[in-house]
Design a protein around this ligand. Structure first.
Ligand code: KG4
Ligand code: ZN
Length: 354
């Protein structure tokens, strides 16, 4: 049997410092994550300057632990991959410089990885999924619908005009005094709430496109909370917000499914992948599963540890490019903005996320 390649990957674009080592067949030899969530919790969100400093101190121990877990040393590694963007520039710089240093010291190819491509290709190693497939990426930083046609071939159907879905959960939790990160707190409170108690708008429902908007929903929640008599029925507010966010995700995904089907008319049971931290939400999973079943899609949910930010997905993208011999030059400059689809039609409005 020919030797399988091994890639080391580094992720540092937000508040997780992570290192993973992956083999060509998708076997994960090490997967280490050091989260800064508790450090940022008191601020109600990630503070970029603090995050960059934390990455600097966590990076070396995280890499050492990954090597130890895999039982490998640098001389057994065939390439080094690191998130090169999009994300908070301080953290991306720390990961990029580290990966370049390892690559030059060990004479290895270097791969600058688009963080979104990491999320997009995750089901390739968790489920051995073939191209093409439809992806809904719902995290604290991104809300996008993409047609994953092939390696490096990504067609963006839609993105958010303002906040990401996870951000909407986090801001709602802040308004309701439920702490950070907001998603799990809202989900817990929603369990004993009535989702129809508070009337909230479902943004962009009138538009037949795949773009999202969540900031109006957040404002509507804040207004409803400030005008509601005390004591605030926090569980009803949480359940109503969760239900409104889920409805947005479902109606935009339905339009994306139509677009996907029309591109691949003869394809049976296409796959619909849901990734990102918000995919942890049971209500959202159920609603998306019902939609997928009704339109004859197979829903694919990577295990949660690979849905949220991790370095295995970054190592895997490095692996895919390693296999076709497409490494990155060492003069690569980190990209705080790095769209997956350069030809995407810009959505209406301003402040659009990539
Ligand atoms: O993918 P992720 O771990 O990190 C990035 O943003 O890249 O996603 C974190 C986001 C946060 O906004 C968090 O509130 C949200 O995912 N989240 C949830 C749940 N668990 C995490 N949102 C809704 N329900 C959950 N159970
Ligand atoms: Zn992410």
């Amino acid at each position: 049997m020919t030797k399988q390649s091994i890639i080391l990957g580094i992720e540092s674009s937000c508040d997780e410092t992570a290192c993973a080592i992956i083999r060509q067949d998708g076997e994960i030899l090490a997967n280490i994550i050091s989260s800064q969530a508790s450090i940022h919790a008191s601020h109600g969100g990630v503070v970029p300057e603090v995050a960059a400093r934390e990455h600097l101190s966590a990076m070396r121990p995280v890499i050492t632990k990954a090597l130890k877990q895999s039982g490998l040393s640098f001389d057994k590694i065939d390439g080094v991959a690191a998130t090169g963007g999009p994300g908070l520039i301080g953290g991306v710089l720390v990961g990029t410089v580290t990966a370049k240093a390892i690559a030059s010291a060990s004479n290895l190819p270097y791969y600058a990885v688009n963080h979104l491509e990491g999320h997009a290709l995750t089901p390739r190693f968790t489920h051995n999924l073939d191209f093409p497939y439809l992806l809904l990426l719902v995290s604290g930083g991104h809300t996008q619908l993409l047609n994953i046609r092939g390696l490096g071939k990504y067609e963006r159907y839609g993105t958010t005009l303002d906040d990401a879905a996870g951000e909407a959960f986090d801001k709602a939790a802040k308004i309701l005094g439920l702490g950070y990160p907001g998603g799990p707190a809202i989900e817990e409170a929603a369990k004993s709430g009535n989702p129809t108690a508070i009337k909230l708008p479902i943004p962009r429902q009138r538009y037949h496109d795949c773009h999202f908007s969540f900031s109006g929903l957040k404002t509507a929640l804040a207004n409803a909370a400030s005008t509601h008599p005390e004591p605030l029925p926090v569980c009803d507010f949480a359940a109503s917000m969760q239900s409104a966010i889920s409805a947005c995700l479902v109606n935009r995904s339905a339009i994306a499914m139509e677009a996907f089907i029309s591109s691949y008319k003869h394809r049976e049971q296409p796959s619909f992948v849901v990734a990102g931290g918000v995919a942890a939400n049971t209500q959202i999973r159920e609603d998306l599963q019902n939609l997928a079943s009704s339109l004859n899609f197979t829903m694919v949910l990577p295990p949660l540890e690979f849905c949220t930010d991790n370095a295995a997905m970054i190592a895997w993208v490095g692996m895919e490019y390693h296999q076709i011999g497409m490494n990155t030059e060492l003069d690569f400059a980190p990209r705080p903005r790095w769209p997956l689809d350069n030809n995407a039609t810009p959505p209406p409005g301003r402040g659009v996320r990539q």
